[in-house]
Design a protein around this ligand. Sequence first.
Ligand code: GLN
Length: 206
Amino acid sequence: GVRIGVVAVQGNVSEHVDAIERAAAATGYDVEVVEIRDSGIVPDCDALALPGGESTTISRLLRLEGIDEEIVAHAEAGKPILATCAGLIVASRDARDDRVETLDLLDAEVDRNAFGRQVDSFEAGLDVAGLDDPFHAVFIRAPVVDEVGPGVEVLATWEGRPVAVRDGPVVATAFHPELTDDYRIHRLALFDRLDADADTEAEAEA
Ligand code: GLN
């Protein structure tokens, strides 16, 4: 089986745990989901989810607990990470806000309040690269990705702006895939990537 950690210092933790368990049940994956509030757990995880919530709080607590460096090492080892909303902000190279200590896992600059304060939340059907049918995306005080480096693949846009991106092992969404029954983004970011890595290892051994 695989162990998937949900970073649980703050934010939409239980929703991600549920979404990963649903995705695992539907795809026949043997998964153990662990919530991460302390250092020492990330090194034993095969994949991670970095939930939404409040990015200044999340980044402060990650640093305080010494989890920040473990997440960076996880990404450097090429292991999958799904970062959503505030998680995307924390994962980025630059959040253009001194209060957010970004992890620089995603070669992108983000705009924390891209949709303005008036547009608190909205929902939209998005075409996402790698998914056959549109994904019903829930945006809540969502960021957008403003500038992306050459290694970043844009998976989905809204009004011409990137709202789902991939940078190597990291998939990040401005919206909240854990808030709908649709687990396809979790499968794409976590399980499909683990499968691809397992295939590569098997080929190397053959
Ligand atoms: N606007 C929030 C932030 O800057 C993110 C919102 C969310 O995660 N739903 O942290």
